[in-house]
Design a protein around this ligand. Structure first.
Ligand SMILES: *Cc1c(COP(=O)(O)O)cnc(C)c1O
Length: 231
């Protein structure tokens, strides 16, 4: 299937999910996750109309970033080591995976040095699996309060990863939990501006995530596929 066709298919599935819950499809943004494909395929994806590119490792993403700088919006979606912050801030337009204060402080410092504010998602571990990064939901409000003081960061929303499930329906409570958490936090008025975004849903479960309010879905396999690539 061509990348254009894949994109059309995904857009149709997003529209169907939105129709089921009365949402405007324009409120759902798609990040094409290119970590499984070559830089050339990432370029073709952008030419096919995918505007947002997601990567989860630096320097694996470097070649794609150099090729597509200025042609795509870059999202850092993976767990981020503090020593990689200097490589990522200033290149990636969004960071989806802030999961500890030390990382937030590094990003803030780097952003201040560059004179920018980085839009960021704070990652929550709603499913409660040990293997998942992110704050426990009951730690999130204190975390938001602390991150809100760092001027190099503009918190835009929350992010989570659901458990891998054969039945996407099983992930619904996780997505609903993230939305509830965001709404509770907004009710506390800890930030100058409310958290509007929810980054949740991947190839296997994005329709359920949209029904539960996702504003960003991160799609790899279903959208750009897999290739044998080096590194
Ligand atoms: C790889 C990855 C995705 C995309 O995974 P698919 O299931 O292939 O869509 C989404 N989010 C994160 C954080 C990832 O690492």
């Amino acid at each position: 299937m061509s990348l254009e066709q894949r994109l059309k298919d995904v857009e149709r599935r997003i529209a169907d999910a939105c129709a089921r819950c009365g949402r405007d499809p324009g409120s759902v943004n798609v990040v094409a996750v290119t970590k499984y494909v070559s830089a050339n395929t990432a370029r073709l994806a952008v030419e096919a109309g995918m505007r947002h590119i997601g990567e989860n490792r630096w320097p694996a993403a470097e070649e794609k970033w150099r090729l597509l700088e200025g042609k795509a919006v870059f999202h850092y979606i993976g767990s981020l080591q503090s020593r990689k912050v200097k490589d990522v801030v200033g290149k990636f337009d969004y960071i989806h995976s802030i999961d500890r204060l030390s990382l937030a402080e590094e990003i803030h410092k780097r952003a201040e040095a560059l004179g920018i504010r980085v839009p960021c998602f704070l990652q929550a571990n709603v499913s409660g699996e040990d293997s998942k990064h992110g704050l426990a939901p009951d730690e999130m409000s204190a975390f938001v309060g602390a991150v809100g003081k760092l001027k190099g960061i503009r918190p835009v929303g929350l992010m989570t990863m659901a458990q891998i499930a054969d039945d996407a329906e099983a992930t619904r409570p996780v997505f609903r939990g993230l939305r509830t958490l965001r709404d509770e936090i907004n009710g506390l008025r800890l930030l100058d501006e409310p958290l509007t975004e929810l980054s949740m849903g991947m190839s296997g479960d994005f329709e359920v995530a949209i029904e539960e309010g996702a504003t960003w879905v991160r799609l790899g396999s279903v959208l750009v596929g897999h290739e044998e690539i080096e590194g």
